[in-house]
Design a protein around this ligand. Structure first.
Ligand SMILES: Cc1cc2nc3c(=O)[nH]c(=O)nc-3n(C[C@H](O)[C@H](O)[C@H](O)COP(=O)(O)OP(=O)(O)OC[C@H]3O[C@@H](n4cnc5c(N)ncnc54)[C@H](O)[C@@H]3O)c2cc1C
Length: 584
């Protein structure tokens, strides 16, 4: 009897657990908002398992979000849990995919505790590799270094911690500074390296490292000549019919990265994605390789030279100074300053670590990332838009240079761009024209019950608008009256703005909250003319090189247009030349 009771209990427990987990077999559809729009998926389940996931609709960024949507369905089906790693660099698309998946599984009656449990960690298999050069980081700097080193006859392994190459480079415009290049000279540009040194030093408020700037100024031309040459990087850049010292690539930053990645692989480079470099292997003060982990393996990679190209540290709260907390991050998720940690045991010299590039004219996208609004604000201001702060007063010449606008914005608690219908139409034309958002997004954000980002409000009168913004109405009304008074004579206001277009006295009015965003970090490793990483005694650490945003000092406290991407290309090229030369 006792035996029977125990058997019954066991059967009930089994039945109980099965019924708690059992799903209703079938295919369930769900959607969640990704980076650009809805990601819609169909999830097929039997009673216990997810058997298939199909992405039905998506409009994520090609080569970034799309990679997440290619990889995640198989990873989830394999691990039978949602708790697979998000695809680094495509966190928003990954999280949206997981949100839709959670919805579909809930519809199927799944036991969500089971499907959100972490997958069992597998034991890493040890593997040792030998190569000439290891490049850590697959952005523009690392890929340029990799391709150039291969062409110099080196065997190269390139480690990229996320599932795809690209980094910040893939999200950037990709305009590349190229003073002294053949294309710049052919275009009629007459700027010299000395002109450039003066300009970038002025732009960076003299906070630049002079030797680093000089190296960049005199060698960027050769790097650019190489990257466009058929027997060099063969990257499809576009020439200019006007005198020009900077050139854009086909497909912007993402196109340049794609082209370099293909070149790297076709030249015989070993690309290991999803494989972060974790530690430098050091023997008697000299770097002799890298430890890395990925795809179930723990690698020891012995190498003659190592090039650090891990990008910036804007995504690492421990490295970003506290004063940036009130700004919004707009950079790459992989920019966690890994190399800064790797060089700690080597007593490496770090410079300008407190400097991060900030820019005004930014909104926050629903994803929480900062988004530049330059195409919108320029049109809004031309049509009579202006900004007010928490006191409802104007505080700056809204059309002056970015640096000055930012200094004034920093003094505020918050600020709104106030627009009449014409200014709002201009703003939207600029933003939709640059494919930053759609008018369907605007309709959603304007709903009274919309509580997310961006903060966008509308009202029939300025008084009602001010109430929605929680700023004093009389101050906003007075600001508009004074603005229109100056516009009536096409005069110049107390901030130095010449106002030619008044704001309408008729509603509706609109207000979009404006922010300062930060992304590229401007501090980092200190290097010598051969891109060797220096220690605190200003001695080169044997066999250790760097390229790209991981290096500090080239820009000063604000970056000059095209000069960060330009620096990535220059320094990647230069580091590879020096490392290959020192190898032989
Ligand atoms: C939105 C945006 C717009 C920009 N616009 C401009 C512009 O208009 N003009 C301009 O000049 N500059 C611009 N920049 C800056 C410029 O794009 C970057 O400074 C430059 O591309 C950096 O190149 P990089 O190769 O050094 O770094 P990244 O391109 O960031 O590449 C670094 C790579 O290293 C990987 N990585 C990090 N740690 C590890 C590790 N431990 N192991 C393996 N891999 C690792 C990262 O995942 C990443 O893929 C912009 C940046 C952003 C974010």
């Amino acid at each position: 009897m006792k035996k029977f009771a125990a058997l019954l209990l066991a059967m009930l427990m089994v039945l109980g657990s099965v019924s708690a987990m059992a799903m209703t077999a079938g295919t369930y559809e769900a959607a969640a908002k990704g980076f650009h729009g809805d990601i819609k998926i169909a999830v097929t389940v039997d009673a216990e398992k997810i058997t298939a996931i199909e992405v039905l609709e998506q409009s994520e960024t090609e080569g970034i979000g799309t990679v997440a949507l290619e990889k995640l369905p198989a990873a989830v089906v394999e691990a039978q849990t949602i708790a697979v790693d998000a695809i680094g660099g495509a966190t928003i698309s990954s999280e949206a995919f997981k949100a839709a998946l959670t919805d579909a599984l809930t519809q199927a009656g799944a036991d969500m505790d089971k499907f959100t449990a972490a997958a069992a960690a597998a034991e890493l298999v040890e593997e040792t590799l030998e190569t000439d050069i290891v490049v850590i980081g697959g952005g523009a700097a690392g890929l340029t270094a990799g391709v150039k080193a291969l062409q110099g006859g080196a065997k190269v392994i390139l480690l990229e911690k996320t599932a795809m190459t690209g980094g910040a480079s893939a999200t950037a415009g990709g305009s590349t500074k190229a003073i002294g290049s053949k294309w710049a000279i052919e275009s009629g540009a007459t700027d010299t390296p000395e002109d450039f040194i003066a300009a970038i030093t002025k732009n960076g408020h003299g906070k630049n490292d002079p030797a680093t700037v000089k190296n960049f100024a005199y060698n960027m031309g050769a790097a650019f000549d190489w990257i466009v040459a058929e027997d060099g990087g063969a990257v499809p850049y576009k020439k200019s019919d006007k005198p020009s010292t900077a050139f854009g690539g086909e497909g912007r930053g993402a196109g340049i990265v794609k082209s370099l990645t293909e070149k790297f692989e076709s030249e015989g480079g070993v690309l290991m994605v999803g494989t972060p470099g974790t530690e430098l292997i050091v023997d008697n003060g000299a770097v002799v390789g890298v430890k890395a982990e990925g795809n179930g393996k723990a690698y020891t990679i012995n190498a003659k030279k190592v090039i650090l190209a891990t990008g910036g540290y804007g995504a690492n709260k421990d490295l970003v100074p506290d004063e940036y907390e009130k700004f919004v991050y707009a950079g790459h998720a992989g920019a966690t300053g890994d190399a800064i940690k790797m060089v700690e045991p080597l007593n490496a010299d770090l410079i300008n670590m407190e400097m991060i590039n900030t820019q005004p004219n930014s909104m926050i996208k629903p994803s929480g990332l900062g988004q530049y609004c330059n195409p919108g604000v320029s049109k809004a201001y031309a049509a009579g838009g202006f900004m007010v702060n928490q006191d409802g007063v104007r505080f700056v010449n809204e059309v002056t240079n970015a640096w000055d606008i930012m200094q004034e914005m920093k003094k505020n608690d918050f600020q709104f761009l106030v627009m009449d219908q014409a200014a709002f139409d201009g703003f939207n034309a600029g933003m939709t024209g640059s494919a930053i958002y759609s008018m369907e997004d605007v309709a959603e954000w304007l709903k009274d019950d919309y509580a997310g980002q961006p903060v966008l409000k509308t009202a029939a009168t300025l008084e009602e608008l001010a109430a929605k913004l929680n700023v004093p109405a009389d101050a906003v009304v007075a600001a508009a009256a004074k603005f229109n008074e100056v516009a009536a004579t096409e005069g110049t206001d107390e901030f130095g703005r010449t106002i030619k277009v008044a704001q309408s006295a008729e509603g509706p009015f609109y207000a979009m909250q404006m922010h300062i965003r930060y992304y590229a970090s401007l501090g980092g490793l200190h290097v010598n003319d051969d891109m060797q990483v220096l220690n605190a005694n200003q001695e080169a650490i044997p066999n250790l090189y760097a390229a790209g945003e991981v290096i500090g000092g080239h820009q000063g406290d604000v970056y000059m247009a095209s000069c960060l991407f330009g620096y990535a290309v220059f320094s990647g090229h230069h580091a590879a030349v020096a490392a290959v030369a020192a190898m032989n």
